[in-house]
Design a protein around this ligand. Sequence first.
Ligand code: 5GP
Ligand code: MN
Length: 319
Amino acid sequence: MKLSERIESVNSIAIAGHTRPDGDCVGSCMGLYNYLKENYPTKDVVVYLEDAGNGFAYINRIDEAIDKDDDEKQVDLFILLDTSDLSRIGVANKLFANAKTTICIDHHISNPGLAMENIIVPNASSTAEVLFDLLDEDKISKETAEAIYTGIIHDSGVFKYASTSEHTMNIAGKLMSKGIDFQTIIDDGFYAKTYAQNQILGSALLESVRFFDGKCIFSVVTEREMEFFGVTNKDLGGIVEQMRLTEGVECAIFLYEIEPLTYKVSLRSKKYLDVNKVAGYFGGGGHVRAAGCICKGTTHDVINNLAERIELEFKCTTE
Ligand code: 5GP
Ligand code: MN
């Protein structure tokens, strides 16, 4: 599919990602938004994104993102990014349902093809990488490059996850040649933590528990703890990645409470466990080494249910 042809043939375009947006979601949505604003100034382009926190304030035009749905509006083309599940579209649900045409650009292996046209590349490091390949390189500005680079950095864990390829690095090189401030994007946008974020990270690590002979580790953050440390769920990024690094661990499980008896679950694996399958069993999804879902019950129930599926998955996997 030629994305440029689709864009040229319409007047109004909406861009959106998933609920509780992460760096790849923000980076790919804002990358495409900046690209369209700069190269197609006569078109009516809007971007829908939930507030992703101050960490992304350096991204050009981020203040233009709309965080509420619009029942009335019908766009010619809706481009959905980094979203593999209709229930996760979040702020632009109705707009997506009402759109005349839809395209989904994604890299989630669990994406069944949510739109009329789908460009899903499961082995890409990030949706931002898939997006880059669809754009005209010469028309990518420094601002667009900064957003796309942000997406790649966040979803590849600064070029270290298994999905990072030679192609990822080549794209990163091309983005660097646009003059982006890559050090700031990595340091301030990815690694920097507030004092409160470090405290909740420390607390989650201190209270983490290992099981299955140290192959699994879990930790839970409750709403009360978030309140105590003065953080929100946007401040919990990186905790599960640190748990995954624990020596001997194959699978890290991190839960945080979203409402009483309801938990957002993040799963990470190191080398061989397919956590997408585990999350998929509970109605979630993601990637082979990073996936998530929402589970109901007490923390005890949630961990027990997850552990049961993980044990089954361990049994059918050879190291
Ligand atoms: P995280 O643990 O960082 O929230 O998510 C890890 C990966 O799994 C991301 O690629 C994310 O899109 C996906 N993911 C997380 N939660 C869910 C969920 O509830 N449903 C689906 N389908 N994917 C999820
Ligand atoms: Mn992604």
